[in-house]
Design a protein around this ligand. Sequence first.
Ligand SMILES: [Zn+2]
Ligand SMILES: [Zn+2]
Length: 304
Amino acid sequence: MRDFSVTIIGSSAALPLKNRNLTAQVVNHAGRLFLVDCGEGTQIQMIKLKIKSMRINHIFISHLHGDHFYGLIGLISTFHLLGRKEDLHLYAPEQLESIISLQLEISLTRLNYRIIYHSTNPDIVETIYDDDKLVVTTIPMMHRIPTTGFLFTEKPYPRHINMEAAERLNVPYTSFVALKSGEDYLSEDGTLIPNSLLTIEPFPQRSYAFCSDTVYNEVYADLISGCNLLYHEATFMSDMAEIARLKMHSTSAQAALVAVKSRAGKLLIGHFSARYDNLLPLLEEARRIFPETYLAEEGVTYSV
Ligand SMILES: [Zn+2]
Ligand SMILES: [Zn+2]
């Protein structure tokens, strides 16, 4: 099975604290690294966590509140100073391009690599990234400014060859690629052997959903249905549900409700308000509704 994990870089909402950084996380899929959000301090956190940031070629920005992207210009600049040549793809609301371009223009910086901008649209669900093993689609969020979450879904694994059956039925190795993709086998004497006799079920496809920032709503629960791991913001506890609604954020209990409705395997909560020193009450609130809830702890890597 391919590596598929998420490393939390920052889990604080709005303000950095001495023990919590602003939103950012690195998704590793089959050795490819993807950065999701890039709050201030992200590059320093990546150095501390020994994450090889130069291997990141794709950065997904949920929205243009500062706590989710103020670290980006610093990272872009560091990539330049380190002699980066590879293209850098940025997926974000369309205004990001003019913000970054202005910062580079005024500092007279001519990057020695290309930035390729891909604008996201919070009104639709669309595929924004597609390689041979992974697809990333947007998840429309409801927040004070245009915001999308991101759903990372693995492509199907090839089926496994049933070696015992293949040898017994004299199936040549040259047919294995077709068999792995699900085709039946036509033997030399013209007998059609169904694929199910020659292969066994592949590894299951997994998916990871990143949902931040958003007011609680049920619209996107269907879109992330069956995700193995859900990261959901839990800025406040339920006693502040009205404030959460006005600020268009979610409570810990609401994050857990999304996990229930989407039948997620596990829930990671994050984007905690600076008012909470102790996060255990947020965890307990969510666990009462969805027991498989965990706090997004910085520096910790969670398997999908
Ligand atoms: Zn935020
Ligand atoms: Zn926000």
